[in-house]
Design a protein around this ligand. Structure first.
Ligand code: GDP
Length: 482
């Protein structure tokens, strides 16, 4: 059990400074109150305003949750094929897109959007996502009921009849309707916001769109983007967001720890691995390597980046050139390295390096990798269980090294409250990794000026100059040396 230096959570603060609601049945989701025991204590305290807002959201969700009377009333409105304004209960239905990291980040974005608009977030859980996440809100469910009247949610694309971008483009609705007292609107609107969305879709980020969408009881949301920074750029939300998150870089950290708890099935994987391979080490190092098939990196290049990064930042010791070396003393410090990757080659080379050689510091380095699935299979539940277990295990690290561009690593970083070293994709003289995090945002203005898609980035290589400048005017999201 580790407690971070300068931490504000007392050891054993199982409610994470008021972030988590009390009163859950602990045995139904062991990780909810136990995960904090395995993570470094967070140096960031949730604001009293956030804590209060979450409690109010929880009662709204209880009142409007699946199969309540108010839910049924909103469903009846949905089935009537039109709406005339907001109902007592209004919903954001999240639709999955891409891998687990992308899903977690987009759920966090959808939740913040719902929170700011007094809407209720329901998630569409297909068979591939069953039994991964505990219910985050007490005495209710965030899972969209199976009998939800709109079918084939997974097939929605930008050309869907009720896509917001399309409705605006074809002038079937316009944002001036937000002022009308009597108006007939669609029963629901589909928000198409994957990275390849069009400029019409991205008008969503404009304030007048936000106001209009408040009138529509059902919004279906499909995205792989972390659009939280874009919400900060909507003037209307600025003050409330400032109160909720005085430290604006902590939004993801707080919300991911609030929403995402491995189910007992996943927690079993996590604990078996942790207790078996990692618990007894003096220090745990997580190394997450993600190679994107469309932008591959040669194996030796990436391996060198990992070794150069961990050695130059004194995360791992160098191997001893003087062999044979004396056996390590009984008091030798043990560092356990947890490698995650779809393939076992990086793990094998690092393990061999520290098995075949002693270290210059006398430390003993053990290297472990829970799985090597070879390929991404997001449609398979057993594959997603391993991915989620590994993200959770990475979040228990004392030091984390991740790959640029990967949401898989970003989720681990957020859960752990860690500031990772990010491996650069291309070697630069003397620099293999950087201690930096930057998030870029779509703004309303982008929709007119078609700047091309900019994904959430946790490295420094995808900065978009214009966007970043605009963001910096409002206060930089960067922390660390970018
Ligand atoms: P991103 O594509 O790196 O941003 O992350 P995502 O999580 O959205 O998609 C990658 C998916 O590939 C994961 O969700 C897993 O299904 C799989 N994957 C990638 N890297 C690993 C890994 O290290 N371990 C496991 N178990 N799965 C991985």
């Amino acid at each position: 059990v580790t407690a971070g230096i300068g931490s504000v959570e007392s050891p054993g603060d199982k409610l994470l400074g008021g972030l988590l609601p009390p009163g859950f049945d602990e045995s139904s989701c062991l990780s909810r109150y136990q995960a904090a025991l395995y993570r470094k204590a967070s140096p960031h305290k949730p604001s009293p305003f956030l804590v209060e807002k979450l409690r109010r959201y929880e009662s709204l969700h209880r009142k409007c949750g699946p199969n309540t009377e108010l839910y049924n009333r909103s469903i009846q409105q949905l089935e009537s094929d039109h709406s005339t304004g907001p109902m007592e209960c209004n919903y954001v239905v999240w639709i999955p897109h891409y891998g687990l990291g992308n899903r977690v980040m987009s759920i966090v974005s959808g939740f913040l959007y719902a929170l700011l608009n007094d809407k209720v977030l329901l998630i569409h859980v297909d068979q591939d996502m069953e039994d991964l996440f505990c219910e985050p809100f007490p005495d209710t469910s965030w899972v969209l009921p199976k009998d939800f009247p709109i079918e084939n949610l997974g097939e929605f694309e930008g050309d869907a009849t009720l896509s917001y971008g399309k409705l605006i483009r074809d002038k079937i609705i316009n944002n001036d309707m937000r002022f009308a007292t009597k108006v007939t609107l669609p029963a629901y609107v589909y928000l198409h916001l994957p990275w390849y969305s069009k400029e019409w879709d991205r008008l969503f980020y404009c304030e007048d769109a936000q106001q209009l969408l408040r009138k529509i009881p059902w919004l279906l949301l499909r995205t792989d983007e972390y659009f939280v920074p874009s919400l900060f750029l909507v003037d209307e939300y600025e003050e409330e967001l400032q109160q909720l998150f005085p430290e604006r870089t902590t939004v993801f950290h707080h919300l991911v720890r609030y929403l995402f708890h491995p189910t007992n099935t996943v927690w079993g994987y996590v604990m078996r691995y942790y207790q078996g391979y990692l618990a007894k080490a003096d220090e745990r190092i997580g190394i997450q390597i993600r190679i994107f098939p469309l932008v591959p990196i040669p194996f030796e290049t990436m391996l060198n980046q990992i070794i150069n990064c961990t050695l130059s930042q004194h995360i791992l010791p160098a191997i001893n050139p003087q062999e044979p070396a004396a056996a390590p003393s009984n008091a030798a410090k043990v560092k356990a390295v947890l490698v995650t990757n779809l393939n076992s080659s990086y793990h094998d080379r690092l393990r061999d390096m520290y098995y075949e050689h002693s270290t210059t510091t006398g430390e003993v380095i053990t290297v472990h990798q829970p799985s090597h699935e070879e390929q991404q299979h997001t449609d398979k539940r057993s594959h997603n269980v391993k991915a989620w277990s590994e993200i959770t295990l990475l979040s228990f690290s004392d030091v984390l090294v991740t790959t640029a561009w990967s949401t898989f690593g970003y989720v681990a970083q957020g859960l752990g409250g860690l500031k990772p070293w990010i491996l650069l994709r291309h070697p630069r003289p003397g620099v293999a990794c950087v201690h930096a995090t930057a998030v870029v945002a779509h703004t309303c203005l982008d929709s007119g000026a078609s700047i091309g898609a900019v994904k959430m980035v946790n490295g420094v290589e995808l900065h978009h100059g214009a966007l970043k400048r605009r963001w910096d005017e409002k206060g930089s999201l960067n922390h660390g040396a970018a």
